[in-house]
Design a protein around this ligand. Structure first.
Ligand code: HEM
Ligand code: HEM
Length: 182
């Protein structure tokens, strides 16, 4: 399949949107690695990694709320007019899913620890109240859901990076540049 190539015309995202996108992208990628290490090799600094995982998880929850408010309050550049409708739909759907996963993962993590009756302490000793009551039978289901969401997010991020490279290298339509501030 060949794509029409042009030299880039999409307007840049607002500065705050760009900052939030890249800070959150870095934090989420670190969180995925930390979670996988914790779950699959608990001999590696488990307690420290878990404190980091909880703390950064809550930071991501706070940032995604700020990001959604900013998303609705600021202007998002249009996708190129010559982008096939199916690709526009895929882009919109994948962005909605990315926001959904960014919200759901920390909320499920928080609910999981609450259901198991575990204390939720962040770096510096800050204590977070439980999100739901003590329901030991729910702990297992939420733990499983947390993993499924994490693996789903990994696949979605890979597809997202693939799409960004398609825009940046093959179509050269300015979409990648719009998130790089160009
Ligand atoms: C965007 C935020 C988050 C991401 C991307 C994330 C990602 C992950 C990943 C990839 C795993 C390993 C899953 C597996 O292989 O089974 C994991 C495990 C876990 N996460 Fe998260 N997580 C997030 C937020 C949270 C939060 C906020 C909490 C708690 C407050 C939490 C608690 C846990 C726990 C308890 C485990 C299991 C560790 C173990 O098996 O020893 N996560 N997370
Ligand atoms: C190296 C990795 C990444 C690259 C190259 C990248 C690139 C981009 C680009 C070019 C856009 C603009 C696309 C458009 O307007 O259609 C975008 C938007 C977006 N990205 Fe990424 N991204 C990366 C990582 C991530 C990660 C890890 C997440 C979250 C899990 C993420 C979430 C989003 C979301 C939600 C949008 C939509 C923004 C909006 O319209 O509000 N990105 N990304």
């Amino acid at each position: 399949m060949s794509f029409p190539q042009n030299t880039g015309h999409a307007a840049p995202f607002p500065r705050l949107s760009i900052l939030l996108h890249w800070v959150m992208a870095a934090l989420i990628i670190v969180m995925l690695f930390v979670g996988l290490i914790m779950a699959h090799d608990p001999t590696i600094h488990y307690a420290q990694l878990f404190t980091l995982h909880r703390t950064v998880g809550f930071l991501i929850l706070l940032l995604v709320v700020i990001r959604l408010i900013n998303r609705f309050a600021s202007h998002t550049p249009d996708l190129p007019h010559d982008l096939p409708v199916i690709m526009k739909l895929a882009a919109h759907l994948s962005h909605i899913l990315l926001y959904g996963f960014m919200l759901a993962l920390p909320l499920v993590g928080w609910a999981m620890l609450s259901a198991g009756g575990y204390p939720i302490t962040l770096w510096g000793g800050c204590h977070i109240p439980p999100l739901i009551g003590f329901h030991p039978h729910l702990w297992g289901a939420l733990r499983c859901l947390h993993s499924l969401l994490a693996y789903g997010l990994i696949l979605l991020i890979l597809a997202h990076i693939g799409a960004a490279l398609l825009h940046g290298i093959i179509r050269r339509d300015g979409v990648l540049g719009s998130m790089l501030g160009r």
